[in-house]
Design a protein around this ligand. Structure first.
Ligand code: NAD
Ligand code: ZN
Length: 254
């Protein structure tokens, strides 16, 4: 494992344009459950059903209650972990250019990452479905369900529900990042939610190397990605970032 960390750190230190794609797995060590896998929300209900735009349109109250009971408290109190901090540090070092995230938790920005593409939007903001006015999730009055705007319209989160399109600007920026990188790090991403899972394929087709960090193999493993660091994002990123810093310091001394 130590050798693998060194090898990955070597690739990162040598990269000219690193891009990261992150999924729910990077935020697990911050206490936010993923959808799939052990402890995932899938064990309690099917997020594909609850998180589908048609379920929301049919019964906004039910979806609001589930989203809030399952997500709001954890999202409000969660703090970035070594995985987010490591990526922010790689950006500070001038290696990492863009983080494409499937997450809606805002933890990359909180960790200090500046160029973040929120592929699935975020949970921090709400939008009135009638007049379009925006409100922060933390400021909203939850005594009525679903919460409503002054105009009478229902609020929804500014995140992408299953069954909805990825906003064109985010899709565009992600595709550009994926096709211009020379190395893509795919962290905590099950690689089954499309079109996010296609970004590493674009990177590979454009000549980049793809490296994954995940406790489990994914459909990308061994086909699109050439290296899988099998483990938790926080621990792996802490070790990798420390090794990258060491390589850079050694280069400076030469
Ligand atoms: P997923 O829930 O489908 O899969 C999570 C992946 O993370 C799995 O491959 C799992 O093996 C891996 N994983 C688990 N623990 C890990 C750890 N400690 N370190 C590294 N990897 C770990 O996640 P997904 O692929 O991101 O797709 C689900 C969608 O649901 C996302 O696109 C996102 O929009 C949404 N979601 C977001 C959050 C969040 O904002 N934190 C949380 C849950 C779901
Ligand atoms: Zn309104």
């Amino acid at each position: 494992m130590e050798d693998l960390i060194k090898k990955v750190a070597g690739h990162i230190a040598a990269a000219k344009h690193l891009v990261a794609l992150t999924g729910a797995g990077i935020s697990v060590e911050s206490g936010i459950p993923p959808f799939r896998g052990k402890g995932g929300l899938w064990e309690k209900f099917d997020p594909m059903e609850v998180g589908h735009i048609q379920s929301f349109m049919r019964n906004p109250e039910k979806v609001w209650r589930l989203l809030i009971s399952e997500m709001r408290d954890v999202l409000v109190s969660a703090k970035p972990n070594a995985g987010h901090l490591g990526l922010a540090r790689l950006e500070e070092l001038g290696i990492l250019k863009t983080v494409i995230t499937q997450n809606v938790d805002g933890l990359h920005q909180m960790a200090g990452s500046r160029d973040v593409v929120e592929f699935h939007g975020n949970f921090a903001w709400l939008r009135c479905m009638d007049c379009g006015s925006r409100e922060q999730t933390v400021d909203i009055d939850l005594s009525q369900m679903p919460p409503k705007c002054g105009c009478g319209g229902i609020y929804r989160h500014e995140c992408v529900f299953f069954g909805e399109m990825i906003p064109p600007k985010e899709l565009d920026r992600s595709q550009i990042a994926a096709s211009t990188c020379d190395l893509m790090l795919v962290v905590g991403c099950s690689a089954v939610v499309q079109p996010a899972a296609f970004m590493p394929v674009i990177a590979k087709q454009s000549g980049a190397m793809v490296i994954e960090i995940n406790p489990e193999p994914t459909p990308l493993t061994g086909t699109t990605s050439t290296i899988l660091v099998k483990g938790k994002a926080g621990k792996a990123m802490r070790e990798i970032t420390a090794e990258v810093e060491r390589i850079i310091a050694a280069k400076r001394q030469q």
